[in-house]
Design a protein around this ligand. Structure first.
Ligand code: F0G
Length: 485
């Protein structure tokens, strides 16, 4: 029988209380936190940040973190990541790089909950669009930039579907530690809001012919060759910061563990980080139960769902069957299949954190689903009508929750938290195409993907510039039914 997944100290541990370790149990090589490894130098597997908790001061109860709210002028208490620094204790406080990330919101969302099929008060949205760069990535970047500063790195790089690069560019430009941003993007594969951020914040933006998976392969090669610090989520310090999203969900829930966390799956950094957070909190005795985890792929980028749900790939204590993964990637190559979805942020076929995500699914009794572009865009319109607003990839969580509700996997009375990973304004093109009256624009952006105009579209009404016509139009439309009811 498989043992519990670990992220805590192994017998071959390094001498420090915080260190790095290869997740492959047959290797389990350890490294100090003063080194940068984006893959295990011995076996090539993923690397974790690991703590010997017995040698660290950890609060006795999660409630102890609330005291920090009264110290809002202290940047480390005001950061929604570093407020919990006892749970990511790898960095000396004076090295922390923070731009005020993680001041985000867990909001009860009954209108969206109705569309999903939940009882009142049971659906919550964790709105990570409130971060400085408009997505959850800032949670991870603050931790990775802190590590980069600890080891004296200057040139920092990533491949991105847009949000990682936006966050990286913001952290470089908003701080004064000499960081230089280099970002790799695929051609035509990045939403305008995100590209605008990269350009405006002064990142060297390298656009290659290919998609995210091609850009990811290339940036790893370049980082390796030139000794550039890699900021993608293969960097284990990124995931340390992203654990804090779960700490804030617990904090905003009065430290009560929800029944479900539902998150979109792209490169699988978030789901991996969430799993690690719960493994550690349980190990430390700070929670007594764990939520179930649902990871939601877009149908056009469905690697995790195929491998987990159809081919039954499992964590198996770190010994996942890599032949199954290789076989699937071989099929993708042989058939020339590329990732393709309106949710460009998760248009990824070779998720780099696959193995860590399997660990999270194992520990959190997880499920994986895929949702169509139509389901994504409809769910996105419910989120907008419910008051928050998100980009298409984020709405995959809401569409996934509805699917699980319809299947009866989620009960209407369960407490469900959907993670809204990115802000609505990241991708105005998709939103306007869905709602807009411009047929040409609709066809180009959505029609070509098989997405139909649904009843949720809120079209602009074209009216002659005459007072009577305007008054008649208001009388006709203003009291019509709300889209998500
Ligand atoms: N949602 C948004 C808005 C994203 O930008 C991403 C990933 C995801 C979900 C998926 O998260 O990779 O942790 O599973 N965006 C990356 C990027 C890949 O380059 O910005 P994940």
């Amino acid at each position: 029988m498989a043992g519990p997944p670990t992220t805590t100290a192994s017998p071959r541990r390094a001498t420090e209380a915080a260190f790095q370790q290869c997740i492959n149990p047959a290797c389990a090589a350890t490294f100090g936190v003063g080194e940068a490894h984006f893959a295990c130098p011995r076996c090539g597997d993923l690397v974790d940040v690991v703590y010997d908790w017995d040698r660290l001061a950890v609060p006795k109860s999660l409630k102890d973190f609330e005291a920090k709210w009264s110290r809002r002028l202290d940047p480390l208490a005001a950061s929604g990541v570093w407020r919990f620094r006892e749970l990511l204790p790898f960095a000396p406080p004076e090295k922390v790089v923070t731009i005020g990330e993680g001041r985000t919101l867990l909001q009860k969302a009954d209108k969206v909950g109705r569309a999903v099929g939940m009882d009142p008060g049971r659906l919550m949205l964790q709105y990570e669009g409130m971060n400085p760069s408009g997505s959850f990535k800032d949670n991870g970047m603050t931790a990775a930039f802190t590590h980069a500063r600890m080891i004296g790195a200057r040139r920092v790089a990533c491949a991105s579907t847009g949000n990682t690069s936006a966050s990286l560019a913001v952290f470089c430009s908003a701080t004064d530690f000499g960081f230089k941003a280099i970002i790799f993007i695929g051609s035509g594969k990045i939403a305008y809001g995100k590209l605008a951020q990269a350009l405006d914040h002064g990142a060297l933006t390298i656009q290659i012919v290919g998609d995210f998976d091609d850009a990811m392969r290339r940036v790893r090669e370049v980082a390796d060759r030139l000794g550039i610090y890699l900021m993608n989520s293969v960097n284990p310090f990124r995931l340390e910061g992203q654990k804090a999203i779960m700490y804030r969900v617990l904090e905003a829930s009065g430290w009560e563990v929800p029944d479900w966390i539902v998150v979109p799956g792209g490169n699988l950094g978030n789901s991996s980080a969430f799993g690690k957070a719960f493994i550690e909190l349980k190990h430390l005795g700070l929670i007594d139960r764990v939520p179930r985890l649902a990871v939601v792929n877009a149908q056009g980028a469905r690697t995790l769902n195929e491998l987990y749900s159809a081919r039954e790939l499992r964590w198996r204590s770190g010994l996942a069957d890599s032949a199954k993964v290789d076989a699937y990637y071989g099929e993708l190559d042989a058939t020339g299949v590329k990732a393709s979805t309106i949710a460009s942020a998760i248009e990824i076929n070779r998720p780099v954190n696959l193995k860590k995500c399997l660990r999270a699914l194992d520990f959190c009794d997880g499920v994986v689903r895929e949702v169509s572009d139509q389901e994504i865009m409809d769910a996105k319109s419910w989120v907008g009508a419910g008051g928050l607003g998100c980009e298409p990839a984020s709405a995959a969580s809401v569409a996934g929750a509805r699917k699980l509700r319809e299947e009866g996997v989620i009960a209407p009375s369960e407490r469900v938290v959907c993670i809204l990973t990115g802000h609505q304004l990241k991708d105005p093109t998709a939103t306007v195409a869905y709602h807009g009256g411009d047929r040409e624009q609709f066809e180009k952006v959505l029609g070509a993907r098989g997405v139909k105009r649904a009843g949720f579209a809120n079209r602009p009404v074209v009216v002659p510039n005459e007072l009577d016509d305007i008054i008649r139009t208001i009388a006709l439309y203003a009291d019509s039914a709300a889209p998500a009811s």
